[in-house]
Design a binder for this molecule. Structure first.
Ligand code: FES
Length: 642
C-alpha cells in the first residue's frame, strides 16, 4: 500500500506520509510555512489548519456544537481552554489518516501578509525579528554538573534545531529564576535567529514592538503585535525639543550657543519616548516589559539627538553624519524603559540633510523596485526629495523653510481644529468661502456659524495657505509674479491697501485673517525651493517627465494636489498619478520592525542612492529663480491645462 498523499494549500506542496504522522511534521518536512511557539505541545494554537478535503475532513468539520468531539485529547484540551473555531484543527496534534488537502490559513503562517490601509501600497510580509520558543529544559543533576544556560541551549537545539546562539549577560542574569519559576519550562525570545534576549517562566506568546518616527514637530509611534504585525496602539505627541527652537537649525544653534544643550535635548526626546511607551502599553493593555523591539526613523538632527550624538557637524558644510549606517543597540543605551533586554534598530541616514525618515519613506514606497519614474516629496521644515526608479535613485533636501507648515505666515498656524484648510474664491466677486478643521460645512452654509461655535476660525494651516494662494492666482488677485494686484481693489473691498502693498481679507472676524504680500512671498520662496530641488534631480537623470508623484508626510496627506500644481510646487504629472502616502516614514519604521530582510534591503538601497547637495549646485539657484513665478517659468504644465 502506498502512504496517504497530503497536499498543503495555498503553497501546493505535497508528499506521502505514513498513517499517524502529525500534520505539522508533514508540513515541516515539505517546507510548508506553519507557525508554532510551543513546539507542537498543543499550547500555543499557532499551528491551526483547516482540512478542506479528504477522509480526515470528516473528523474536523462537523456541527458547531460537537465539532470538538472527534478531536485528539490535546485538541480537546486546547479547545476547552482557548476555543477552536469550527473546522480548525491543531496541526501538531492531528494525525494523518488518509489522503488529505490541508488549508493553511494566513494567520497560521509565519510569513503572513500584514494588512495595510490602501490597496496600492506595498504589502508588509511578516518575517519576524523576534521568534518565541517554548522549551522544556532538563533539571540540574549533581552527577552531571552543567550550567543552566548550557542545558537551555541543549534543549533549544534538540527541540527547535537552534544552534550557536549568543546569550548576553542580561538574559543570563534572569535565567535561573525563570527556569525554576517555570518548573523547567520556559519561553525563550530569540533575536534575528542569533541571540537569546529574554527568557520567561512557562508559556508566553505575547511580544510587542514599537515603530517610531521622531519628527522635529511631532513624534509618532505605533505599537505592533509582533506575531500578527497588527498595530495595537498608536500615539502622537509634540516633540518637547520645540522649546529649544521651532525648526531644526534653531535647535542646532541652541547647541552651539549653549554648551551641553544637546544633552538637554537628548533627555527631552527620550523622556517623551518613555511617555509614549506608557501611553501605548496602556492603550494595548500590555506591560512595557512585553515590548522587545523598537525601530526609529527621523531626520539627521533628530537621529543624532536621539542617540546622544552632538548634531553641530550637521549645522554647517560639509554636513557630515556621525554614521550613515544603521544603529543597533540595547534599549537601555537610550534610556528607553521597555523590556530591559529589548533591542533598538535605527534606520540609516542617507546624507547630512536626508535622514533615516527618508530611508523609511523609501522602504514604504519602494521606488527602487518600480519601473515608473517616481518623485517622492516629504514636506516638513525641509523638503526631502527622492527621484528615480529601479535603475537609479537620487535624493536631496531642499531648504523650503517652515512656511508650508503655516510658520512665517501672518495668519498661519499648525493644522489644528479651527484652522482654515480649504478655500474657494468666487472668480467674479472675489468673495471667499472656506472650511475649517473640525467642521464639515463650508463657511457660506447657514449653519456654519452655529457649527463652529467654540471652535472659532483661528488661522490658516499649510494646506489652507496653498489653496488660498492658488485660488487668489486663479481669480486674478495675484499676478504671475506673485504681486497682490492693487487694481483688484476696485473690484472687491476684500483687496485692501496696506502701506505700499495690498492684502486680501480672507476672514473678517475675530481674529481678522489676511493674506499679505509677505505671506505670498514666503510661500513663493518655499515652493520655488521645493520645485528647484525636484527639477535639479530631474536634470541629473536627464528626464523631463515623471510617471508618478508621491507626497509623503502629514502635509502631503492634506494638500489638494491640483492646487499644489497650480502654484508650481511640483513638476507636471498626470494628476491621477499624484498621490499622498501619509506617514510613509513611520510605515518604513514599521516595515523594519516586522520584516527582517527589509533591514538589509534599506542598507543596500541607501548605499546606492546618489546624494545630491542642492547648496553647491549652481543649477539649483537657476531653477529657484525661475520657479518664483506662479506656476513658474521653467516648464509647461500640460496636465493642468486638461
Ligand atoms: Fe503549538 Fe500546535 S504548535 S499548538
Amino acid at each position: 500500500h502506498e502512504n496517504p498523499l497530503i497536499a498543503f494549500m495555498p503553497s501546493g506542496r505535497r508528499g506521502r506520509f505514513p498513517v499517524g504522522t502529525p500534520i505539522l511534521q508533514a508540513a515541516r518536512s515539505l517546507g510548508v510555512d506553519i507557525d508554532s511557539v510551543c513546539g507542537g505541545r498543543g499550547i500555543c494554537g499557532r499551528c491551526q489548519v483547516v482540512v478542506s478535503e479528504g477522509e480526515f475532513a470528516k473528523l474536523g468539520v462537523t456541527s458547531k456544537s460537537d465539532h470538538l468531539s472527534d478531536f485528539s485529547a490535546v485538541e480537546q484540551r486546547y479547545g476547552d481552554k482557548r476555543g477552536l473555531k469550527p473546522g480548525r484543527r491543531l496541526s501538531c496534534s492531528a494525525h494523518v489518516l488518509g489522503d488529505l488537502v490541508i488549508d493553511v490559513p494566513s494567520d497560521s503562517q509565519v510569513h503572513k501578509q500584514v494588512v495595510r490601509k490602501r490597496a496600492e501600497m506595498r504589502t508588509i510580509e511578516l518575517d519576524p525579528i523576534i521568534t518565541l520558543h517554548y522549551v522544556e529544559v532538563a533539571e540540574p543533576d549533581m552527577h552531571d554538573p552543567t550550567g543552566d544556560l548550557q542545558r537551555l541551549e541543549k534543549a533549544l537545539k534538540e527541540q527547535w534545531k537552534l544552534e550557536n546562539l549568543d546569550c548576553d549577560i542580561r538574559a543570563i542574569q534572569g535565567l535561573q529564576q525563570a527556569l525554576r519559576k517555570g518548573e523547567w519550562k520556559v519561553t525563550v525570545a530569540v533575536h534575528l535567529g542569533k541571540q537569546i534576549t529574554a527568557v520567561w517562566p512557562g508559556f508566553n506568546d505575547k511580544v510587542y514592538g514599537l515603530a517610531v518616527d521622531v519628527g522635529s514637530t511631532t513624534i509618532a509611534g505605533h505599537l505592533c503585535d509582533l506575531a500578527t504585525g497588527d498595530v495595537v496602539a498608536s500615539s502622537g505627541l509634540m516633540n518637547p525639543q520645540i522649546r529649544f527652537g521651532e525648526d531644526l537649525m534653531s535647535r542646532v544653534s541652541y547647541v552651539m550657543m549653549n554648551p551641553g544643550g544637546e544633552v538637554e535635548m537628548t533627555k527631552a526626546v527620550r523622556d517623551a519616548l518613555n511617555d509614549m511607551v506608557q501611553a501605548v502599553a496602556k492603550e494595548a493593555g500590555c506591560s512595557i516589559e512585553s515590548i522587545l523591539e523598537c525601530t526609529f526613523v527621523g531626520n539627521p538632527i533628530m537621529h543624532h539627538l536621539l542617540l546622544g550624538i552632538n548634531p553641530v557637524e550637521l549645522g554647517g558644510a560639509p554636513f557630515a553624519l556621525a554614521t550613515d549606517g544603521p544603529v543597533q543597540i540595547w534599549a537601555t543605551e537610550i534610556d528607553l524603559k521597555i523590556h530591559p533586554n529589548a533591542r533598538i534598530y535605527v534606520l540609516p541616514c542617507i546624507a547630512g540633510h536626508v535622514g533615516a525618515d527618508t530611508a523609511g519613506v523609501i522602504l514604504s514606497e519602494s521606488p527602487h523596485e518600480s519601473d515608473e519614474m517616481t518623485l517622492i516629496v516629504d514636506v516638513g521644515t525641509n523638503a526631502e526629495i527622492v527621484l528615480g526608479n529601479k535603475h537609479r535613485l537620487l535624493a536631496a533636501s531642499s531648504p523650503t523653510g517652515p512656511a508650508f507648515e503655516g510658520a512665517q505666515i501672518s495668519c498661519g498656524q499648525r493644522a489644528a481644529p479651527g484652522a482654515i484648510e480649504r478655500v474657494r474664491i468666487d472668480r467674479a466677486t472675489l468673495e471667499p468661502r472656506f472650511k475649517v478643521i473640525g467642521c464639515d460645512l463650508w463657511s457660506d452654509h447657514p449653519d456654519f456659524k452655529a457649527k463652529t461655535e467654540g471652535l472659532g476660525v483661528t488661522g490658516v494651516c499649510g494646506s489652507g495657505i496653498i489653496e488660498c494662494l492658488a485660488e487668489m492666482y486663479l481669480s486674478g488677485i495675484i499676478t504671475q509674479d506673485g504681486v497682490v494686484d492693487g487694481a483688484m481693489a476696485a473690484k472687491s473691498p476684500r483687496v485692501q491697501q496696506d502701506g505700499r502693498t495690498f492684502t486680501y481679507l480672507l476672514h473678517d472676524g475675530e481674529p481678522q485673517l489676511k493674506i499679505t504680500q509677505n505671506d505670498v512671498r514666503a510661500i513663493q520662496l518655499a515652493k520655488a525651493a521645493l520645485y528647484a530641488g525636484a527639477r535639479l534631480l530631474m536634470d541629473h537623470l536627464g528626464i523631463d517627465k515623471l510617471d508618478r508623484i508621491t507626497l509623503a508626510g502629514a502635509f502631503g496627506s492634506h494638500i489638494d494636489v491640483k492646487y499644489a500644481m497650480v502654484l508650481g510646487m511640483i513638476p507636471d504629472c498626470d494628476l491621477a498619478k499624484v498621490t499622498s502616502a501619509g506617514n510613509a516614514a513611520g510605515t518604513g519604521a514599521r516595515i523594519a520592525l516586522l520584516n527582517r530582510a527589509s533591514r538589509d534591503e534599506i542598507v543596500r538601497v541607501v548605499k546606492q542612492v546618489e546624494k545630491i547637495e542642492t547648496a553647491v549646485e549652481p543649477k539649483f539657484q537657476e531653477h529657484f529663480v525661475g520657479a518664483m513665478a506662479i506656476p513658474h517659468k521653467t516648464a509647461p504644465y500640460p496636465h493642468l491645462a486638461k
